[in-house]
Structures are given as structure tokens and as C-alpha cells.
Design a binder for this molecule. Structure first.
Ligand SMILES: *[C@@H]1O[C@H](CO)[C@@H](O)[C@H](O)[C@H]1NC(C)=O
Ligand SMILES: *[C@@H]1O[C@H](CO)[C@@H](O)[C@H](O)[C@H]1NC(C)=O
Ligand SMILES: *[C@@H]1O[C@H](CO)[C@@H](O)[C@H](O)[C@H]1NC(C)=O
Ligand SMILES: *[C@@H]1O[C@H](CO)[C@@H](O)[C@H](O)[C@H]1NC(C)=O
Ligand SMILES: *[C@@H]1O[C@H](CO)[C@@H](O)[C@H](O)[C@H]1NC(C)=O
Length: 331
């Protein structure tokens, strides 16, 4: 009888207490993660988050730092059942470097202000959700951010000019929202690295900041907005820009006056109000695989040489009087 009780007790210790003692998961982090799970209404996708399992070794959707065992990554991706807003408790995972909540169509509401507390955050990816409200100014406090992705949501309001204060930003994706106002002129001078800039599919108005003349973006996509005026500042002989998409805006400038760098690989200018002719200098761009100037007001002969004749006629069609190969010959 005694032995059996001792045996039961040993069993109790080994099954309940021993795993707890050897658990790597920080108890503060574990508590916060359970609060997050509750705030999301216990979705099936988080069913590995169990109290008798170690969040560092047994849970999905989170990762721990190998030495401190603090949670450094929370990634929830593609789930149509997860509902709710971003819980304030995400701000209580102080060592988070990656926060990724993506393709969660029922994740709604604003970007939670407590995210400003996450000073170690490098990667903030909140794309393809149903988030709304403004792109908050406080994101510029996250000085270690290298990647900021908020595309495919319902964000409104203007783009905070303070984002240019992020010293390590490599990519800024604000595309496919309902952002309004102008592109901040501060984006003509980022304090550190120049990010790849994706602002397409919004309702941005006004002119492209003249300060962009000093900027050497690697990739810039401003397509499908309501931008007006000159875009020649994006280009320049000495730039190393590779991809430029300015299609479907209301841009109005003389293409003959634009100087293109040989680094360009893709230039999409379709559906604007661009005048003038195609500069002969474009025949020198040996890496050009896309050059689409369709649906503009261009005139004159397409210069002969380089990649210009290898492009499809649809790259040039619907202009005022553009002619020559690959379009019909000039009269
Ligand atoms: C969503 O919920 C339904 C019903 O509870 C379930 O059958 C389905 O597997 C869930 N899908 C995911 C991706 O969790
Ligand atoms: C930011 O990044 C730098 C360089 O990687 C690192 O030294 C610093 O500790 C980081 N700061 C925070 C708050 O994580
Ligand atoms: C944005 O809001 C509209 C209506 O307000 C809705 O139809 C649409 O699905 C929303 N988009 C996203 C990505 O949530
Ligand atoms: C481009 O670089 C060349 C050689 O470094 C320099 O002479 C020229 O002034 C530069 N052009 C522009 C527009 O900055
Ligand atoms: C150029 O753009 C027009 C308008 O969007 C499109 O119809 C056409 O297919 C494009 N052509 C190429 C080669 O990209």
C-alpha cells in the first residue's frame, strides 16, 4: 500500500514537477503568451500553446533566444479563424525581434500602441490583414527596425514623415492601403540606409518630392496613386536604381529631358500624361527587361538599339504619335 503511494508520488513529480523545473520558457513570457492566446479567442492555430509544454521547445509560432530563453519571435501566418485585434500584451514581450501577424483576414483594429515598447524589434510584418486606423508615428521610435511591412490592410490617413528617422530600414511596404496626402518630403533623406519604397495602390496625391533627386532607391513603386507633376527626380545618370514603377498616376513631364542610369532593369510608366519622346540614351541600358510607356502622350520615333526593339508593342501602344519598331514605321 505504502509502496504504491510512493510510486504515485514519484509519478506525480516526474510528470508534473520535473518538466516544470527543466522548462526553458520564461514564466513571464509564458503568462503573456497565454493572455495573447485568450485575446485571440483561443484559435486552433495556437493549440500547441499548452501550460504543460515548454514554449521554447514545444510551442509553434514562437521562438526563444538560444541563450536567454526569452521569446524573440512571434509569427502567426495564414489563418481564417483567428479573430480579434492585436492584443496590447504583445508589448509585454520585451525581447521580441520579429513580430509577424500576416494573412489573418479577421485581424482587425489599429496597430496596437504598446508595440512602441518593443525596442529590440527588427522585423514588423502585419500584412494582408484587416487592420485599419493610421500608420502610427510611434513606429519611428523602433530604431532597430529593418523591415516594416503593413501592406494589404485598410490603413487610412497620411504617411508619417518621421519614418525617415528609422536608421536601419531596408524596406518600407505601405502599399495596398487607403493612404492619402502627399509623400513626405522627409523621404528624400533617410537618416541611415535608403529603404526599398513600396507605396503603390493608395490614394496619394500631390507631387513626388523634389528631395528625391538626392535619393538613390534600389526599388521604388509608387504605382496606382494620384500623383501629379514631374517624376524625373527619381532618375539620374549616377544612380544605381534598378526598378521603378510609377504606372497609373497623373504624372506629367517631358520624357526627353529625363536622364536614365544604366543600372535600370524595369521602368513602368504606363497610364500617365507623359509628353515628349523616348530619349536615345535608353538604347544604352543593357539590363532593361521592362520598359512600359503605354497610355501616355509620347511622340516621335522609338530610338533603334539596345533592348528597345525587343520589347512587346504593348510597351509602347496608346501614345499620341509614337512610331517605329516594334510599332509600325514612322510616316
Ligand atoms: C477553422 O475552424 C473550423 C471550424 O472550427 C475548423 O474546421 C478548421 O479546421 C479551422 N481552420 C484552421 C485553419 O484552423
Ligand atoms: C539594435 O541593434 C544593434 C546592432 O545590431 C544592437 O547593438 C542593439 O543592441 C540593438 N538595440 C536593441 C534595443 O535591440
Ligand atoms: C477594407 O474595408 C472594406 C470596406 O470598408 C472591406 O470591404 C475590405 O475587405 C477591407 N479590406 C481589407 C484588406 O480588410
Ligand atoms: C556623375 O558622376 C560623374 C563622375 O563621377 C560626375 O563627373 C558627374 O558630375 C556626375 N553627374 C551628376 C549628375 O551627378
Ligand atoms: C504595358 O502596360 C499596359 C497597361 O497596363 C499593359 O496592357 C501591357 O500589357 C504592358 N505591356 C508590357 C509588355 O508589360
Amino acid at each position: 500500500m505504502m509502496d504504491l503511494r510512493l510510486f504515485s508520488l514519484t509519478l506525480l513529480f516526474s510528470t508534473i514537477l520535473t518538466p516544470a523545473l527543466s522548462e526553458l520558457c520564461n514564466p513571464k513570457d509564458k503568462k503573456v503568451l497565454f493572455e495573447i492566446k485568450t485575446a485571440f479567442h483561443n484559435p486552433y492555430i495556437l493549440s500547441s500553446w499548452k501550460s504543460n509544454a515548454d514554449c521554447c521547445t514545444d510551442w509553434y509560432n514562437v521562438e526563444c533566444d538560444p541563450t536567454t530563453h526569452r521569446i524573440n519571435s512571434l509569427t502567426i501566418f495564414t489563418d481564417t479563424n483567428l479573430t480579434g485585434q492585436i492584443p496590447a500584451q504583445v508589448g509585454d514581450l520585451p525581447y521580441l525581434e520579429t513580430l509577424e501577424l500576416r494573412k489573418l483576414p479577421h485581424l482587425t483594429g489599429p496597430i496596437q500602441p504598446s508595440i512602441a515598447k518593443l525596442q529590440h524589434l527588427k522585423m514588423l510584418r502585419l500584412s494582408w490583414n484587416g487592420l485599419s486606423g493610421s500608420v502610427p508615428d510611434f513606429l519611428s521610435q523602433l530604431k532597430n527596425l529593418t523591415f516594416l511591412e503593413l501592406n494589404f490592410n485598410n490603413f487610412t490617413g497620411s504617411i508619417p514623415s518621421s519614418l525617415s528617422q528609422l536608421p536601419n530600414l531596408g524596406a518600407l511596404h505601405l502599399d495596398r492601403n487607403q493612404l492619402t496626402g502627399q509623400i513626405p518630403s522627409s523621404f528624400g533623406k533617410f537618416v541611415g540606409t535608403v529603404p526599398d519604397l513600396f507605396l503603390s495602390h493608395n490614394q496619394l496625391t500631390g507631387k513626388i518630392p523634389t528631395s528625391f533627386a538626392n535619393m538613390n532607391f534600389d526599388q521604388i513603386d509608387l504605382s496606382r496613386n494620384k500623383l501629379e507633376g514631374d517624376a524625373s527626380v527619381i532618375f539620374g545618370l549616377n544612380k544605381t536604381t534598378q526598378i521603378v514603377d510609377l504606372s497609373r498616376n497623373m504624372l506629367e513631364f517631358d520624357l526627353s529631358k529625363v536622364v536614365f542610369s544604366t543600372s535600370l532593369r524595369a521602368v513602368d510608366l504606363n497610364h500617365n500624361k507623359i509628353t515628349g519622346s523616348i530619349p536615345a540614351q535608353l538604347t544604352k541600358l543593357n539590363d532593361l527587361v521592362l520598359f512600359n510607356v503605354s497610355y501616355n502622350m509620347l511622340c516621335g520615333q522609338i530610338p533603334v538599339g539596345g533592348k528597345l526593339q525587343s520589347l512587346d508593342t504593348t510597351s509602347y501602344f496608346h501614345n499620341r504619335c509614337l512610331c517605329g519598331a516594334p510599332l509600325p514605321r514612322c510616316k
